[in-house]
Design a binder for this molecule. Structure first.
Ligand code: 5RP
Length: 306
């Protein structure tokens, strides 16, 4: 596949990374002109006080089967819910393992049809908007394999979700899904994020990269959150989250680096402190160690007083 550079202009790019993106009338980047329902749903996912979010991703099973750490979603996920702002999962996970009493918003995995046994980019949309609404989804999401073997199909899936979601005020998260043959550098992630935004997605999930993550964010005119990716040592995952936020991401949509941590609840609380309180990585790691093996002190009745 031709690389992003070959398809790009030769002229040096200027992302004006020091110039803030104006958001007149609404707190989220690129969202000022959306209608009430969209804004209301986005305000459930992103905290209007700081415009940030900690999303817990546990949709891995839809392609990977019983992923380590979430072999039993009914046991692994409910204790983490008090520590995060939003859940990202499949409807199957929701209806079998997540108490419907939760007030946390759900970003519903709506792409389907591929597994790790075959070509991952060959997906369809498996969830109707009607069913997403039945699950009270705050947003819907699909993989976008820019440059992948089924690039067109995955981008058509994104357009389908955006078109359907626009009818009902349901935002779409476009996930930058990097195929095995592609490199997670700023040029590629910036290209993918921009394509996803231009096709109408309301927010983008991508990967942290260095150098150039600030330019990935600056060139993507919608809110950007990062995935965690493969499990890292806890201190490294906290540092990655800090750097991403520092360079303009407005949150994380993290799975393995939370639920595979030695103490997942403590890790979620430490990530939360990075995202919402700008806690520096060393302090966040100290917080993680302080909370490890203990109730976290959040005061939530489902957690510390439960
Ligand atoms: C798959 C996804 C996953 O939700 C995503 O990878 C987040 O999980 P992790 O932090 O474990 O990478 O969207 O593309």
């Amino acid at each position: 596949m031709p690389d992003a550079q070959a398809k790009s202009e030769d002229k040096a790019k200027d992302f004006f990374v020091d110039v803030p993106f104006e958001t007149p009338g609404f707190f989220l980047k690129g969202s000022a002109h959306l209608d009430w329902g969209m804004k209301n749903r986005l305000s459930r996912i992103f905290n209007p006080k700081d415009g940030r979010t900690v999303m817990l991703a546990f949709d891995h099973g839809y392609i990977m089967g019983p992923t380590s750490g979430i072999e039993r979603m009914d046991l692994a996920i409910p204790p983490l819910i008090p520590h995060v702002d939003c859940l990202m999962c499949t409807r199957g996970a929701l209806k079998t393992c997540i108490p419907p009493e939760t007030s946390k918003p759900v970003v519903l995995r709506s792409s389907a049809g591929a597994t790790v046994l075959k070509e991952l980019s060959n997906e369809v949309i498996g969830v109707t908007l009607e069913d997403a609404l039945r699950f009270n989804a705050a947003a819907v999401t699909c993989q976008c394999y820019v440059g992948g073997p089924f690039e067109k199909e995955s981008l058509a899936n994104l357009c389908h979700l955006v078109n359907e979601g626009n009818r009902y005020g349901v935002p779409t998260l476009g996930v930058t899904a990097v195929g095995r043959e592609l490199v997670r550098d700023a040029r590629y992630l910036g290209l993918a994020g921009r394509v996803i935004a231009e096709l109408g997605a309301h927010f983008n999930k991508t990967y942290y990269c260095e150098p150039g993550f600030d330019e990935v964010v600056a060139g993507t005119p919608i809110p950007v959150v990062i995935a965690g990716g493969k499990k890292l040592p806890e201190a490294d995952a906290l540092a990655m989250a800090y750097k991403a936020i520092d360079q303009g991401a407005v949150g994380v949509d993290m799975g393995r680096n939370i639920f595979l941590a030695e103490d997942p609840a403590a890790m979620a609380a430490a990530i939360r402190a990075v995202v919402h309180d700008n806690l520096k990585p060393d302090k966040a790691f100290q917080l993680y160690n302080d909370l490890k093996g203990k109730a976290c002190g959040c005061g939530d009745s489902d957690c510390c007083q439960g």
